[in-house]
Design a protein around this ligand. Sequence first.
Ligand SMILES: [Zn+2]
Length: 149
Amino acid sequence: MKTLAISCWLFAIGFISCTNDIKPLAYGNASCANCKMLLADKHFGAEILTKTGKIYVFDSFECMVNFKNEYLTDESQIDKIVMADASKEGSLIDARSALYLHSRNFPSPMGAYISAFADENSFTEFKSKYPGSKWSYSQATDSVLNKNY
Ligand SMILES: [Zn+2]
């Protein structure tokens, strides 16, 4: 318990959140842990919560994947990964079970054209407006890592 309190204090000094759960994405306020840009577009965003209670926020799926690939390679350190639901402002959904739309007509902040949806209905509705492909979490992740988008 003492160790936790001390590490929370250290995180606070470094302006890194220490908590046991995900937090709403602070658009207009928080910066992406990967590209340092301000979170601005509420259709996009991601968050990683580690087992030690550290939170990393991102402006896009692509930044989350690139950051995770570089700095959080040990999956056992990760508690949760959530994505902003592109169809529902303020809603955060489990990244691994989300449906991903890859559409050239719906650009994401860092250029991978990937947006996330909680369910088939909202996905289909968006896809009818922004034609593209349906990807799983692992397909979307591979496309970012291979820069194939
Ligand atoms: Zn970013």
